[in-house]
Design a protein around this ligand. Structure first.
Ligand code: NAP
Length: 219
């Protein structure tokens, strides 16, 4: 079994200046925007809606993990993950953060962690959002409109309706998972728009898929 520690090894520390600055500037109490208005950011004087995508790999049963670890070692997929999320904002749940080496955030990305229990000290190189409303408030203050939801199961479940796309790497194996992503092939709100060829990744065969949400909920 591959731990998050091994999988994300190359993505880690040192903590980036930008992340720390962002975290510190957001550590003061939040003033929630509330309401049902779309979450937007100001970029070059324009209001831009925040766009959220889920990124994950899963086994043939849509299993994504076991014992708070990843189930496969997939160098090619890891490199795709790194390329896609570099310079962007990533949102993860507390368990996913804790599964990273020393519980440290991913480098070269602004890291937001959903948690009702973690300290909001602004010193750990990540931003804590303790509920969905707080997450929206945080996102509206970040100078990056591309947000990637990177897991785990609970966090995907919460944020999937707001995602406009899901980038799914399917592994042709059964990992005997205990954590699952929703089966998008059975969800009428989602459609498959891209399907890559089968390719070797380590000892496994993978395929890259892109799904589109026909009606993403406004963040
Ligand atoms: N295959 C992949 O691509 C992939 C990617 C990432 C993770 N994973 C796997 O996913 C599994 C972990 O999934 P998980 O569901 O246990 O963990 P998770 O989503 O990473 O974290 C769950 C925690 O996040 C916090 N949280 C979630 N929703 C919240 C909300 N609305 N408000 C406040 N806090 C919220 C809670 O922390 P508090 O208790 O502090 O409130 C909750 O206990 C592992 O097996 C991992 O390896 C797989």
């Amino acid at each position: 079994m591959t731990s998050h520690a091994q999988y994300y090894e190359e993505n880690l520390h040192p903590l980036q200046d930008k992340i720390l600055k962002t975290a510190n500037s957001l550590s003061s109490p939040f003033y929630l925007t509330g309401g049902t208005a779309e979450t937007t950011i100001q970029l070059n004087g324009k209001e831009i809606p925040v766009r959220m995508k889920a990124i994950l790999h899963c086994d043939k049963n849509w299993g994504i993990g076991k014992n708070n670890s990843l189930m496969f070692r997939l160098p090619k997929d890891m490199s795709f993950f790194r390329r896609t999320t570099k310079g962007k904002t990533v949102v993860m749940g507390k368990n996913t953060l804790l599964s990273l080496p020393e519980g440290k955030p991913l480098k070269d990305r602004t890291n937001i962690v959903l948690s009702s229990s973690l300290e909001k000290d602004g010193k750990s190189g990540f931003i804590v959002a303790s509920n969905l409303e707080e997450l929206k408030a945080v996102l509206s203050r970040i100078d990056n409109e591309e947000i990637y939801v990177i897991g785990g199961a609970m966090t995907y479940r919460l944020l999937l309706p707001y995602c406009d796309e899901a980038l799914v790497t399917k592994v042709d194996a059964d990992g005997n998972a205990d954590a699952f992503f929703e089966d998008l092939d059975k969800n009428p709100s989602w459609e498959l728009v891209e399907e890559g060829p089968p390719e070797k990744d380590g000892e496994f065969t993978i395929r890259f898929y892109r799904y589109k949400n026909k009606q993403p909920r406004k963040l």
